[in-house]
Design a protein around this ligand. Structure first.
Ligand code: CTP
Ligand code: MG
Length: 230
């Protein structure tokens, strides 16, 4: 089976609070999504990289993407949620590229620009022969408190066996399309959640916290530091 990558980039970055969708914010001299694309397009193991933009996206055309020509396919079919963007992208991708039912698709957030080649390779190595697929993740580091409705601690949750999900998350093309189609309506913040809803158990591949998601303005400085000190 071949490996394809799909990058949902149709969000507006409301928590970032900037007018410009966060994937276009400058980071280490380039728009954020440039770094995301560089790692995935730069991998010789990945056949093609699809980027899913919001219909009418204006930010994309303001930059030069010729570094990735040959590998990158732009799809302007984002939806109202991340899950919809991924599902729309998967369907559109098959229309423009020959993807087999059992080919792998790595779904990776545009907002995770610090993914290292070594983390990507580890994911591919550990899951290439897997039945289900899986995702990069890190064990939870903080102590976790469950609250009552008045923000008083009800109890402390055990950290044992708790992980923070990252991306890429890789699953076989047809399984992922089926899972996301079935999930319709239910809020899924990642792809693995849709696979889990089918009763399957994605594998967690140990990553590290450098593959952070840029969500809030204060995340930008750390992402820039990581990109400048690989
Ligand atoms: N995404 C998408 N389509 C959506 C919503 C999100 O393709 N309708 C993408 C984002 O562009 C991002 C990734 O999914 O690359 C992870 O989502 P998130 O970090 O939540 O980004 P936003 O939804 O843009 O940010 P916010 O939730 O703060 O508005
Ligand atoms: Mg969001």
């Amino acid at each position: 089976p071949s490996f394809f990558a799909l990058i949902p980039a149709a969000g507006f970055g409301s928590r970032m609070g900037d007018e410009l969708p966060k994937q276009y914010l400058p980071l280490a001299g380039k728009p954020m999504i440039y770094h995301t694309l560089r790692t995935l397009c730069g991998s010789s193991r990945i056949t093609r990289v699809f980027v899913v933009l919001a219909p009418g996206d204006e930010g994309w055309l303001r930059h030069d993407w010729s570094d990735f020509s040959g590998k990158l396919v732009v799809l302007e079919c984002g939806g109202g949620t991340r899950a919809e963007s991924v599902l729309n992208g998967l369907k559109a991708a098959r229309g423009v590229s020959s993807i087999g039912d059992d080919d792998w698709v790595l779904v990776h957030d545009a907002a995770r620009p610090c993914l290292a080649e070594a983390q990507l390779d580890k994911l591919l190595d550990e899951l290439a022969d897997d039945e289900v697929g899986g995702l990069l993740a890190v064990p939870v580091a903080d102590t976790l408190k469950r609250s009552d409705t008045n923000n008083r601690v009800a109890h402390t949750e055990s950290r044992e066996n708790l992980w923070q999900a990252q991306t890429p998350q890789m699953f076989r093309y047809t399984l992922l399309v089926e899972a996301l189609s079935m999930a319709g309506g239910v809020t899924m913040t990642d792809d693995a959640g849709a696979i889990e809803a089918l009763g399957l158990h994605p594998r967690l591949v140990l990553s590290d916290t450098r593959n952070l998601k840029v969500t809030y303005p204060q995340d930008l400085a750390l992402a820039e530091l990581i990109l400048r000190n690989p």
